[in-house]
Design a protein around this ligand. Structure first.
Ligand code: FEO
Length: 369
């Protein structure tokens, strides 16, 4: 529990979750995470921007108490997912005069998930503003960073964007601002890969829109605040750009060593040619790292031994995951080893789905390659 001060009127009052290891029961969090929430004290109105995961709502409440916040006029909900909205019902109970400001889609989701009454909402549209007296909030709708209802909030006088998941990094750290760009880059890229990569066309438009603003601070709701926001904006521009790098990812499993032999041979040949390559043994690899590499890799080669009559289930998972993330990959190959029969190619193709990719001729080996 600790309040972190951005300036005399803006404070971070959320919670750091040092121990969380998994998000959505899917995404690994090697560095924990945080649920940032922000208090802005205007001369007339006080607002809370987003809240925290319900498991940490006591931290938010204690932080508000330590700042002597006895009135919250507005709670801004940038995103309905519960790690940011889950404490809204409690805040409404503790501060009964407050209203939730959000867009119509987000309101509908908050009603669905949190059963908040209709009369508690003020609905805004894109570019609407709300005055806090001497400070002004402007709202921009930014769908698909991460859900269709997501929006971001701009504090005009301080040139701060409050972006919720957008630009966030799952990272538990005591420092308010980015202290190590490489570490935050790693966390932010991983986060982008796992939840935003499928929506890069929309994100490209959001980045153009943000480019029209003067931005001194980006304040996400996961990880540290960017006091030099160019770093993360440039990183996002690179990730959403159409270019790929000549890099080959090889997710694979090997039950009796045959697929591994093929993977090792391919890895050596690519290295001899000076082509970047990264094998992922799926029995031990973190799929989040594979997702990160998918952000800009040109090629994936699945090393998929046959189990019974189809691809090994770990490869089924990896190929479905690849298709779901809709990366920029251009080429896909498949290495299969089998004992008596079975096919993996069509199965993996159908799991990847309708990506614009070229399939190499599969290599299918019976027994030892
Ligand atoms: Fe951090 Fe989409 O929630």
């Amino acid at each position: 529990m600790a309040v972190r001060k951005l300036n005399e009127r803006v404070f971070e009052v959320g919670a750091i979750d040092w121990d969380r290891k998994l998000f959505d029961e899917l995404v690994h969090l090697p560095d924990g995470t945080s649920y940032n929430a922000y208090i802005i004290r205007g001369s007339e109105k006080t607002v809370l921007i987003d809240t925290v995961d319900p498991t940490k709502e006591n931290v938010l409440v204690e932080n508000l108490k330590s700042l002597n916040i006895n009135k919250i006029d507005y709670i801004i909900s940038n995103h309905a997912e519960q790690d940011h909205s889950g404490a809204i019902p409690l805040i409404l109970k503790l501060y009964p005069g407050s209203k939730v400001i959000t867009n119509q889609k987000c309101k509908n989701m908050l009603v669905d998930h949190l059963e908040i009454n209709d009369d508690k909402f003020i609905i805004i549209n894109d570019k609407d503003t709300v005055s806090l007296g001497d400070k002004t909030l402007e709202f921009r709708l930014t769908p698909w960073v991460h859900w269709p209802e997501t929006m971001i909030t701009y504090l005009q006088e301080d040139k701060m964007f409050f972006t919720c998941d957008f630009f966030g990094a799952h990272r538990a750290a005591s420092n308010l601002y980015v202290s190590s760009e490489p570490k935050v880059y790693f966390g932010a890229k991983r986060y982008y890969a796992e939840i935003m990569m499928p929506f890069r066309k929309q994100i490209e438009k959001h980045l153009q829109m943000i480019g029209e603003y003067e931005v001194d601070f980006i304040c996400p709701s996961h990880g540290p605040v960017y006091d030099k926001p160019k770093f993360i904006i440039d990183a996002y521009k690179d990730w959403v750009s159409p270019g790929v790098r000549n890099k080959v990812l090889i997710p694979y499993v090997s039950m009796h060593g045959s697929t591994k032999l093929m993977v090792e041979r391919l890895t050596d040949l690519l290295m001899e040619k000076g082509i970047a390559v990264k094998p992922f043994n799926l029995t031990t690899s973190d799929l989040g790292e594979f997702a990160m590499e998918l952000v800009d890799a040109a090629t994936v080669v699945f090393g998929a031994p046959i189990v019974l009559t189809g691809a090994h289930p770990l490869l089924v998972y990896a190929s479905y995951f690849t298709g779901a993330l809709r990366p920029k990959i251009k080429n896909v190959g498949i290495l299969t080893s089998y004992g008596w029969g079975g096919k993996a190619l069509e199965q993996i193709k159908s799991l990847i789905g309708p990506l614009k990719i070229e399939y190499f001729e599969p290599i299918q080996v019976k027994g030892k390659p």
